[in-house]
Write a protein that binds this ligand. Sequence first.
Ligand SMILES: [Zn+2]
Length: 55
Amino acid sequence: MSEIHKRYKAEGDKIIRTKKICERCGDAVYMAEHPDRQTCGKCGFTQYKRGRKTS
Ligand SMILES: [Zn+2]
């Protein structure tokens, strides 16, 4: 089993879990996935993944 395969699988799962809708545009627009943030290609809204942990 290669590291590449293992990593790809993990990232794929992560992308699915973190895929979200733009809170400005509404439910038809998805945020683009980046390593440390998510951006909307329509309105340009950017949301960073790293933030304060609640609780
Ligand atoms: Zn948007």
